[in-house]
Design a binder for this molecule. Structure first.
Ligand SMILES: [Zn+2]
Length: 467
């Protein structure tokens, strides 16, 4: 009896220990969960720099551990508080059982989008306001109130679009050419420039001390309809936009036609070096097909790269004098020549030549057209060994087909400094210099930049009052 009592007593004791351990483990898990700081992460999907008449605010909320409970957006202005009406969509992943600590769950995602501004909150006033975003999850953290993610942004509130005052009374622009327009924008304007068709030309301060007095060097591209409007566009940090007209006249241009006879010997010389520099280009099976791939596809890729390179520009003009023309040279091709390519008398391609071809003696020294900074000096496909020089405010010059390069990327060059020697690398039929001028990556006629009268009337005279 005594023994069996002892036996059962010991059995009961072990059972209690197991129950106690399980109970303690549950307490630990509950405590761990209740004090958890796991919070949803909020990420903007639109850039919010200010609140305008109707500013789109969009963000996502992600929680890798818990289900999302609530997303709310408020605006605080002084002692007034506005709740932003919105549509938020929460996609919660199914939760594993509470005790299954090791379970890996798929993240819960919330998408939020709202229009914030004068239209949805008529009592909002111009000035400043705080945008507050709060997202909570269903964890037991913060004593069962849930983990909390929060973003607070102090933003300017503007309902009036930027004001633009045009300072250049009349502009004359050639199709394929440029001009400079000066205008003033109201404070708070973050972006302004001239829109011509799909091209946007950025403006720059006329000088550092006058950030709201802007100059915009714009091009009227050679390949757009001369009726395409050119307009000043100004945007502020709250997303408000003004479109302003200015007085201008476009002179349509008649460009030349040209013919290029493709010979096998020419293609045999130019195609392999370009192919070897672009190992991802696939052999098209014939010399002509490879040539056409380079002439069409690589030409297009390189024109897109030049648009990207135009971002590497100084915020001021780095030059003062007229642009230097390659000395003692003969013009072999003009800007915007429309070329027809023939092979054995058959038309195989059409391309536009976007620069000047200038021939001097073989391997003649090539001077920099003006002061600037070398953006690149390298083999550049159809242009062969090429140099791109930045002259500031989106204005750049390109030198192609060189036999040797004498400068490096990042190097400052002065007008007339020798940057290399002429040659016939890339798609060149003989030793010559290909010279292009670009504005924000758009090819323009170099002729204007070589003309001292044009430089004076269109550029220097307009900037003189600010120098
Ligand atoms: Zn050329």
């Amino acid at each position: 009896m005594r023994n069996s009592y002892n036996k059962s007593g010991t059995g009961l004791g072990k059972g209690w220990i197991v129950i106690l351990l399980v109970f303690m483990a549950a307490i630990v898990i509950l405590g761990w969960k209740a004090f958890s700081h796991e919070a949803p992460v909020i990420k903007f999907t639109t850039t919010v720099k200010g609140i305008g008449k109707q500013t789109t605010v969009a963000f996502t909320v992600q929680d890798n551990e818990y289900a999302l409970k609530n997303i709310s957006v408020h605006i605080q202005q002084g002692d007034r508080h506005f709740t932003v009406p919105s549509s938020s969509e929460i996609r919660n992943a199914p939760s594993p059982p509470w005790w299954k600590l090791w379970a890996k769950r798929t993240p819960s995602i919330g998408d939020f989008k709202a229009q914030i501004g004068h239209q949805s909150i008529p009592d909002l006033k111009e000035g400043r306001a705080t945008l507050e975003i709060v997202a909570t999850n269903n964890s037991w953290g913060r004593f069962f109130r849930g983990g909390r993610g929060e973003i607070k942004l102090s933003l300017p509130v503007r309902f009036h679009p930027p004001e633009v005052a045009v300072l250049t009374p009349q502009v004359y622009v050639n199709q394929g050419g440029c001009d400079l327009v000066l205008f003033k924008v109201s404070p708070g304007t973050t972006e302004s420039g001239i829109q011509v068709g799909t091209h946007f030309f950025r403006s720059w301060p006329v000088k550092k001390s006058l950030p709201d007095t802007r100059m915009c060097l714009f091009a009227y591209p050679y390949n757009i309809d001369p009726k395409t409007p050119a307009q000043i566009v100004a945007r502020d940090d709250a997303g408000n936009q003004t479109v302003s007209n200015f007085n201008y006249k476009v002179f349509p241009q008649k460009f030349r036609d040209g013919k290029i006879n493709l010979s096998d010997s020419f293609m045999q010389r130019v195609v392999p070096p370009i192919m070897s520099h672009n190992p991802d280009m696939q052999d098209q099976g014939s010399l002509l097909k490879n040539y056409l791939m380079i002439n069409q596809r690589l030409r297009l890729i390189e024109s897109q790269l030049l648009v990207a390179y135009s971002q590497k520009t100084a915020p001021e003009f780095l030059w003062t004098q007229v642009f230097l023309r390659y000395p003692n040279s003969k013009v072999e091709a003009h800007f915007a020549d429309y070329r027809t390519y023939l092979y054995h008398g058959k038309v195989v391609d059409h391309e536009t030549h976007l620069g000047y071809d200038l021939a001097s003696t073989a391997h003649a020294p090539v001077p920099a057209a003006n002061n600037g900074v070398v953006v690149f000096a390298k083999f550049f496909g159809i242009y062969g060994n090429a140099v791109l020089i930045d002259h500031g405010c989106g204005l750049q010059t390109l030198y192609g087909h060189m036999s040797s390069l004498a400068v490096k990327a990042g190097e400052h060059v002065t007008r007339g400094q020798i940057i290399g020697h002429s040659g016939e690398t890339g798609l060149a039929g003989g030793d010559h210099l290909h010279f292009s001028v670009l504005v924000d990556g758009v090819f323009v006629d170099p002729l204007e930049w070589w003309d001292p009268h044009w430089i004076h009337d269109r550029i220097t005279a307009k900037l003189a009052p600010y120098r």
